[in-house]
Design a protein around this ligand. Structure first.
Ligand code: PHE
Length: 331
């Protein structure tokens, strides 16, 4: 058994070692020396069992007190060392908050999407609903029901992409047919999407482009309503309340009368879209009688080119991010 004095000096020695332990590893070693199986405290406490009851009690209390002191000293030193090593780590990883952030490009909408969104927003605000149709159409929906006869050049394989008897739609007017077959008037619908024609690529043609179409079917609809609707839409789209617009007589098999619409931008008349009163034969083909309505359809690329004053349609598809970003932001 250790003498009381020896014990005191041993404990104070340990306390000193703990207080000056240079690292967490050193502290761990000390912990093993004190509290491990063969550690000083464990052995001392085990030694108590051989003593008589009275001594066991008094010494037990003393040992326990030392044990607690040592334990607390260890915990204190551990806190200090952990804090130190944390501070050292922080000092090594200094962050310069004044550096510019790493470059993270933002995605942006394609200019055609920007234009489409704007056009749809305006027309939805005027009470129109969006309807969609398939890109691969039946000749009935794309041609026959729209009063396009078998002899029409647009139906020739040289003008149209056929796929096993069906075809890639040449315009979004086929959606008019789908809506007329399914719904009852009054109708105010818009549709949009990709359209396809066997065109050579040049500054104003690509074999795939996009159209947007609108159709109104309601009792007593007249050409005047069509003109009013067109003006409302175009003046909002070009943000010109005083927009100059004119209708020129034209021909589409599915409208009668038909017209081309021009708008005056920067002092020049520019052709924009086709329109007309829906031909009675279109209604008949869809099983409807005695209806009146009007429609217009346009190329989204054309709309975007006029809005942004662009001259080459191919730029929309070259995927030059700088070009695309410029026109999206300009909106
Ligand atoms: N579908 C016609 C085209 O592709 C446009 C149009 C739509 C004309 C609706 C009149 C009415 O050119």
């Amino acid at each position: 058994m250790l003498q009381q004095d020896d014990l005191i000096s041993l404990v104070s020695n340990f306390l000193q070692q703990i207080a000056s332990a240079p690292s967490l590893q050193d502290l761990e070693k000390l912990k093993a020396e004190l509290f491990g199986k063969k550690g000083f405290i464990s052995v001392a406490l085990a030694g108590l069992s051989k003593l008589p009851m009275e001594e066991k009690k008094s010494l037990g209390a003393v040992y326990n007190d030392y044990k607690n002191q040592l334990f607390q000293a260890m915990a204190c030193r551990k806190d200090v060392l952990e804090e130190q090593s944390w501070q050292e780590k922080l000092a090594q990883q200094s962050i310069d908050v004044t550096l510019p952030a790493p470059y993270a490009p933002w995605g942006q909408m394609h200019p055609l999407t920007v234009v489409l969104k704007r056009a749809v927003e305006i027309l939805v605000g005027m009470g129109f609903c969006v309807h969609t149709g398939p890109d691969v159409e039946t000749p009935f929906h794309n041609f026959d029901a729209l009063n396009v006869p078998l002899t029409h050049p647009a139906r020739a394989p040289g003008d149209t992409f056929y796929i096993k008897g069906n075809l890639l739609r040449t315009h979004t007017s086929s959606v008019q047919i789908r809506v007329l077959q399914e719904k009852e008037p009054p109708l105010r619908v818009i549709s949009f999407g990709s359209t396809y024609r066997r065109d050579e690529c040049d500054a104003t043609h690509t074999p795939m482009f996009h159209q947007m179409e609108m159709m109104v079917v309601e009792g007593g609809a007249t050409m005047a309503h069509l003109k009013g609707c067109l003006f409302e839409f175009l003046s909002l789209f070009f943000q010109r309340p005083d927009l100059e617009m004119r209708l020129r007589p034209s021909f589409f098999p599915f409208t009668e009368p038909s017209a081309e619409v021009d708008v005056k931008l920067n002092g020049k008349w520019l052709e924009l879209l086709g329109c007309g009163m829906i031909h009675p034969r279109v209604f008949t083909q869809c099983g409807k009688e005695n209806l009146s309505g009007y429609a217009f359809g346009m190329g989204l690329e054309r709309l975007a080119m006029l809005k942004y004053e662009l001259s080459d349609i191919r730029d929309f598809y070259n995927n030059d991010q700088r070009w695309l970003g410029y026109f999206s932001e300009k909106n």
